[in-house]
Design a protein around this ligand. Sequence first.
Ligand SMILES: Nc1ncnc2c1ncn2[C@@H]1O[C@H](COP(=O)(O)OP(=O)(O)O)[C@@H](O)[C@H]1O
Ligand SMILES: CC(C)(COP(=O)(O)O)[C@@H](O)C(=O)NCCC(=O)O
Ligand SMILES: [K+]
Length: 249
Amino acid sequence: MGSLLVIDAGNTRTKWAVLQYENGAILQHGVMDRHEVPTAWHGCDAVAVANVAGQARHDMLKELLKPLGLPVRWHASTAHACGLSNGYTIPEQLGVDRWAAMVGAWQHYQRSCVVVNAGTALTVDMIEKTSPGQARFIGGIIVPGMKLIQNSIVNAAANIGEIHGVFQDFPLSTQDAVYSGSLYALAGAVDNLVQLLSEHCGHVVPCMLSGGDAATLLPLLQKHVLAREYQLEDHLVLQGLWYLERELS
Ligand SMILES: Nc1ncnc2c1ncn2[C@@H]1O[C@H](COP(=O)(O)OP(=O)(O)O)[C@@H](O)[C@H]1O
Ligand SMILES: CC(C)(COP(=O)(O)O)[C@@H](O)C(=O)NCCC(=O)O
Ligand SMILES: [K+]
């Protein structure tokens, strides 16, 4: 098997990468911006999809992929994979993007860690290492993402229009107050769970961040608590799909 096409279909964007099957190296990657097959998809040997954007996106991708005639695996969260067990009461209910990101982070760190997906929604998930090579997803949260949280205020408050603010420690305008408040809310959620898992494990745990807003969140997270370890991972869900595929093949 030469190359694997991995697709992360989120509620805002559909991200993809062509990976070297043997080692997961990213050969090409992109974001779908129209309903047509990127040229890079031709020549792949198999496809792995993490879709959390519903049936319409599934059907669109299925149609686009059909002419390629490739084996397509539509991933879903399971109770166990790649040494990680899924603590969700109903394992299949866990968003497969969250699951793939956690698999990617666990394979990368092999340590207890916090996994952040800053997308349409911000998800913050906690992984506890239980023994060498084994870990458990012990809980996580779902928060409206940066666009949603700002739009919610704009739509609800008569005196607040479109937001084009910037982050300020001490915001002194409506624009900056809403933008900074949104960032403080999301960074605060991440901060809280890094602190919680660190106390639970008895040592500072690393935090891996991915998603469209991860780079926006990072500076605020790194601002105050210097002893923390943050890692930006642009293609975490896509890399997690590679680990999941490798285990299933
Ligand atoms: N080029 C972009 N297009 C859309 N959203 C972007 C872009 N760059 C950053 N973002 C931010 O990232 C979020 C979407 O991140 P993404 O990881 O694509 O979400 P999802 O996985 O839910 O599709 C948006 O809410 C927006 O705030
Ligand atoms: C929480 C999510 C909407 C995040 O998706 P995204 O922001 O990447 O579009 C997605 O992981 C999802 O649909 N989860 C299912 C519910 C759950 O994880 O409990
Ligand atoms: K929905």
